[in-house]
Design a protein around this ligand. Sequence first.
Ligand SMILES: NC(=O)c1ccc[n+]([C@@H]2O[C@H](COP(=O)([O-])OP(=O)(O)OC[C@H]3O[C@@H](n4cnc5c(N)ncnc54)[C@H](OP(=O)(O)O)[C@@H]3O)[C@@H](O)[C@H]2O)c1
Length: 232
Amino acid sequence: VVGASGGIGRALVEQLLKQGGFGRVFALSRSVGQPPSGAIGGHIDVVAESTIAQAAEAVAAHGPVGLIVVATGLLHADGVGPEKTWRALDPETLARLFAVNTIGPALVAKHFLPLLPRDRRSVFAALSARVGSVSDNRLGGWYGYRASKAALNQIVRTLAIELVRSRPAAICVALHPGTVATELSRPFRSGAEGDRLFTPAVAAGHLLGVLDGLTPADTGGLFAWDGAQIPF
Ligand SMILES: NC(=O)c1ccc[n+]([C@@H]2O[C@H](COP(=O)([O-])OP(=O)(O)OC[C@H]3O[C@@H](n4cnc5c(N)ncnc54)[C@H](OP(=O)(O)O)[C@@H]3O)[C@@H](O)[C@H]2O)c1
């Protein structure tokens, strides 16, 4: 799991350890922190390619990888927030959003997809968002986040087309986790309380369940937490 310090990333690591389906679980993150007990920690900054290459090398030493989940992402930070109007468009903010949300997962794929086995089912999944769907965009706003996730979806589709040539049993998808109670959604989730706001643990369970049910025919798609495919 890349982005294991995040709300959903950490819950994914914990869930994978609990399920016990994998021999080893790597919790890779930018922030230095204690990985959940039983996971192997490691440093990765998705905007610094050398750290991605080093992390992939360290993971590769343990053999082929059955599942890669990229759970990094940026919606707001100091000086970065979702734009309500084109008047708020700012080149630096747009570049930061694309660096983390699009280019980061693309570079993780570059260094980690070669670790997938050639002869059996494996999965690469990147956490995207429904708001990255162009056809689903009825509300507007959030230019940079939307566009960076739309571009991520295109990267995932393109990776899937290339991946099938060397690894026909592999699955490469983008995921929408629903609205999840994490730092990322905190300022924006007033419209999603109760049943429509998932805890990270519940969201991780949903996402791993969706991944379990996918077949190679699903590769290249964007899937929501309930397994429904979202049109691009
Ligand atoms: N929460 C929701 O409602 C929701 C809805 C739709 C989609 N998503 C997507 O789900 C994913 C996970 O989000 P979350 O809710 O778990 O958010 P979160 O708790 O804010 O976690 C975001 C993670 O991204 C990491 N990150 C940011 N920049 C990074 C970088 N340069 N290198 C490495 N790691 C970096 C953060 O690491 P640090 O700890 O080092 O900052 C953190 O681990 C994101 O892609 C998000 O867009 C979330």
